[in-house]
Design a binder for this molecule. Structure first.
Ligand SMILES: Cc1cc2nc3c(=O)[nH]c(=O)nc-3n(C[C@H](O)[C@H](O)[C@H](O)COP(=O)(O)O)c2cc1C
Length: 170
């Protein structure tokens, strides 16, 4: 439970420490352990450690600029929705996978930050081009990864407000 409560977005990384390929693979396992509608398999992952590619990805949006300071990126990729049983649930499937990467990274002592890509067309198309995606396959999110540079303030008790909680009916 502490992993869930202590996960925070990390945007400054210690670039002297690399994230290993085995760690990236483990994060892909965590991602794919997430639930999906009717167990459909609409997700794929790209492990990115090429610095010049990361630099290019950092230009796709203002929010992506923090990628310049990370060690590695995991891209969460949506398969062509036309090939899926329940395409309208694909966004939830991809979100669950992205969250699992963030939680898995926290458990492994890695910092992470979700960079929103889909459904903003310019961002999605820019990432698709850089990552060589075609035929309806698309970039859903990028996750910045690395060892945190500073101790972060973790659990934020102010997040859940009493006004957000309802009992039986709204
Ligand atoms: C869909 C989505 C898109 C996000 N996009 C970005 C982004 O582009 N750049 C960024 O620095 N953070 C991004 N974030 C991280 C949020 O800014 C962060 O989760 C929020 O400020 C709450 O802080 P916390 O994660 O530390 O609890 C995104 C988060 C989500 C869920």
């Amino acid at each position: 439970m502490d992993i869930i409560l202590n996960r925070r977005s990390v945007r400054k990384f210690d670039l002297t420490k690399q994230v290993s390929e085995e760690d990236l693979l483990q994060l892909c396992r965590y991602a794919e352990a997430a639930p999906s509608a009717r167990r459909q398999k609409g997700r794929e992952y790209i492990m990115i450690d090429d610095k010049s590619l990361i630099e290019q990805l950092s230009t796709v949006s203002a929010g992506a600029a923090i990628l310049k300071n990370c060690s590695a990126v995991l891209a969460v990729i949506g398969k062509n929705p036309d090939e899926l049983l329940t395409p309208r649930m694909q966004v939830q499937d991809l979100s669950a996978a992205t969250e699992n990467i963030l939680l898995g990274a926290t458990a492994m002592g890695l910092g992470s930050c979700w960079i929103g890509i889909y459904p903003i067309e310019e961002r999605t198309e820019a990432c698709n081009r850089l990552l060589n995606l075609s035929n309806g396959t698309f970039t859903f999110s990028l996750v910045a990864l690395g060892y945190p540079k500073e101790d972060q303030a973790f659990y934020d008790a102010s997040k859940l407000e009493s006004s957000m909680i309802h009992h039986n009916r709204y």
